[in-house]
Design a protein around this ligand. Structure first.
Ligand code: CO8
Length: 257
């Protein structure tokens, strides 16, 4: 597939995906969804790729769903096409990925960033769910994921007032794992991705499954699930290699088997 709204590059074992609609501040039109879904599917299927970074421009990660595309739609259009339900496919990516956010991550932009396994922010990042000002509410998981990330009081305040949150507040609220100077964002995100890419790939997938299970299961179910997955990893070559490498005081060479 040829991409017109995103750029995809492979840098060693890391796939770098960049939103590329600068004139619309990377607004998430349907074409972006189609291309991003394809890029994520290709990443998941490519054994040479072990982590992915999704980023935008200096000014905007993504300023939301494309308002101009949505404005004329009726209820029947939205409901009939199950508008934007396809974004959930991104969350089915099995391998790890990071959102690296500079500038605006508003509405759908914030929601896509929150689909990532972790978020790293530039000091210029601005997060928000301003949909209420447009007469709607978050529609790509924001009411759920923002609440899970920062708690009900703050999520409710942001979603009801439409106010934005800057990077320092996003860090103290637990929305992002770290904030770095804007000019270092990509370097830091790639460094984190390269570290993840050196880890045993099956353990990385398993770790994601276990952490994500905490959102779907009771504590007892989640701990049981974790233990089963932990036991299962003893069937992999990479577990043997990782533990041998520790004893032999060398770095593990992991094959994803
Ligand atoms: N959609 C379409 N175009 C946009 C969007 C957007 N979300 N955001 C910016 N643009 C366009 C502008 O229209 C403008 O285009 P043009 O030059 O042709 O007029 C260009 O990008 C530059 O934008 P501005 O001139 O506005 O730039 P500023 O620096 O003055 O302002 C802001 C930047 C503050 C980010 C401002 O652009 C803004 O407020 N944008 C909209 C933010 C917003 O409301 N986002 C939420 C959208 S709704 C949503 O995401 C719902 C998601 C769930 C849908 C699920 C459906 C099921």
């Amino acid at each position: 597939m040829t991409y017109e709204t995103i750029k995809v590059e492979q840098k060693g074992a890391v796939t770098l995906v960049t939103f590329d609609r600068p004139k619309a501040l990377n607004a998430l039109a349907n074409a972006v969804l189609e291309e991003l879904t394809d890029a994520f599917r290709a990443y998941d299927a490519d054994d040479s790729q072990r982590c992915l970074v999704l980023t935008g421009s200096e000014k905007a990660f993504a300023a939301g769903a494309d308002i101009k595309e949505m404005a004329p739609q009726s209820f029947g259009d939205m409901y009939g096409t199950n508008y934007f339900a396809g974004w959930e496919n991104i969350t089915r990516t099995r391998k790890p990925w990071i959102a690296a956010v500079a500038g605006y991550a508003l509405g759908g932009g914030c929601e896509v960033a929150m689909m990532a396994d972790t978020l790293i922010a530039a000091d210029t990042a601005v997060f928000g769910q301003p949909e209420i000002k447009l007469g709607v509410i978050p529609g790509m998981g924001g009411s759920q994921r923002l609440t899970q990330a920062i708690g009900k009081a703050k999520a409710m305040e942001m979603i009801l007032t439409g106010r934005n949150m800057k990077a320092d507040e996003a860090l103290t609220s637990g929305l992002v794992c770290k904030v770095v100077p804007a000019e270092e964002l990509l370097t830091e995100a790639m460094k984190m991705a390269e570290t993840i890419a050196e880890m045993p790939p099956l353990a990385a997938i398993a770790a994601k499954e276990a952490v994500n299970a905490s959102y779907e299961m009771t504590l007892a179910q989640g701990i049981n699930f974790e233990r089963r997955v932990f036991h299962g990893l003893f069937g992999t070559d990479d577990q043997k290699e990782g533990m041998a490498a520790f004893s032999e005081k060398r770095k593990g060479d992991f094959k994803g088997r």
